[in-house]
Design a protein around this ligand. Sequence first.
Ligand code: TEU
Length: 574
Amino acid sequence: MTDAPWWRSAVVYQIYPRSFADSDGDGIGDLRGIIDRVDHLARLGVDVVWLSPIYPSPQDDAGYDISDYENVDPTFGTLADLDELIATLHDRGIKLVMDLVVNHTSDEHPWFVESRSDPQSAKRDWYFWRPPRAGMEPGQPGAEPTNWVSFFSGPAWTLDPATGEYYLHLFARKQPDLNWENPQVRSAVYRMMRGWVQRGVDGFRMDVVNFISKAVGPDGSLPDGVVQPGTAPYGDGSAGYICGPRIHEFLAEMNREVFAGLSTVPITVGEMPGVTVEDAVLFTDPARAEVDMVFQFEHVSLDQGATKWDVHPFRLRDLKASFGRWQAGLAKTGWNSLYWNNHDQPRIVSRWGDDGAYRVQSATMLATVLHLHRGTPYVYQGEELGMRNMPFASIADFRDIESLNHYAVAVERGEDPEQVLAALRVMGRDNARTPVQWDASPHAGFTTGTPWIGVNPDYPEVNAAAQVDDPGSVFSHYRRVIALRHDEPAVAHGDFTMLLPDDDAVYAFTRAYTDDRGTVELLVLGNFTGDEVRAEVDGWNGAELLLGNYPDAPDGVEQLRPWEARVYRRTFSS
Ligand code: TEU
């Protein structure tokens, strides 16, 4: 057997607590709602739950704006509820990973309140406060200290009129960036993390953690970004904050300061937009002790242009090129996360599958292809049911700050509101945030009250109760791919070889794993179209069919039905 760390054969399930299950009828999901549904997770067979933020928060960015790192927001419950959730999960052999959001806090966090109160405050330097651009007055257009644009539209700097200085926020105005150059900030974060480990949490998913080191010049200045065609007055500031000069130092320090001496080392996942394969190797090299795995974005940007709202057609060969590069780049050293969905992405069956006639086949094909790669797979709540994008009628149906801000700014700029809405329907994050569909009762069994965001009207058809006992359901197929990772070492530990890189219909690859009993090879085939297609793969006739997403036997190894997926195995004993 292998001495690889346990999380290499684990599957993570992400819970977005607002939308998972509501126990008290206020229309918002909560911790007791999760406790009531732990059976669903155990039945699916997942090893780890990643819980999106449950800390006290003004909820400007749905909890990613934290005002107290050490408590639970009353909307979600209490610390005692969290303890009970941890114990309930542990009883079922499931670990709990918390979301760690320390690139920024809420502007209502006491640290920022104190920082803002006075330029002489002891916490002034905990954030990035800067005077207007040289020679300009506070508030004058273009007087921001850099030309960086925020991820949620508008400048990444907001003026505090009381002092005439600006503060940096890469995300919303209510999410000021912490200054990691300041050692007091770092030790406050490490202290807080140690507290959660002592409480019993098993790890951290670290929000935009590769943004924490900014390219601060000797004089304290930050660099302007290059202005791309059509983006004026904003420049692309990412060179000033993505994988900045001290990022590896900070992560290694965090690891030492929080985990040194622990008998069980918590799992760490670095959410890292814009990370390169080369950097990912460094971040996840076990010898460097920074993070266990990266969670990167290259594949989910393939159908986007200059911004995420500029939606392009998806080409399968681009996906293969991207995944293939990551598989090859991390083959010897390092580890990646595998995901289609999270709370920031539209639903995969609507995005790259067929959410009409072939919903079940395409959702199960997508599951098979993803989970058979090398890396740690993530299932985002509802993905295991094949949940679709939401048919949003108007802007009033959206809740997400990213979508609302983009709509306001784009319409103000003179764009056609219907076209702006059309892009929001395709890419908007709220697609992933509609309530989990538990059964066919009102509000899909999510709440007895009024849900905070609309329930997808397809719930009478698409829901957990209808699927858990049906062997042909999306849920049952997810159970099988998860079990396969646990049972067949080639899935977690085997080498990866991409086949048919230029084929725009068939995704094909092999995995190979050798131990003292011999060699196991797997062939994975997925049809990304609604047509019958041929997969030109030789030498697999007679191999054992390990998993498929059609109930009846195939016509032959090379013939694939619409959205069909199959996994074959052959063994060579030593
Ligand atoms: O997201 C980081 C990120 O860069 C993007 O995925 C971003 O959220 C968005 O989709 C850009 O279009 C993380 C969290 O996952 C996200 O929910 C938060 O809004 C963000 O950080 C800020 O904390």
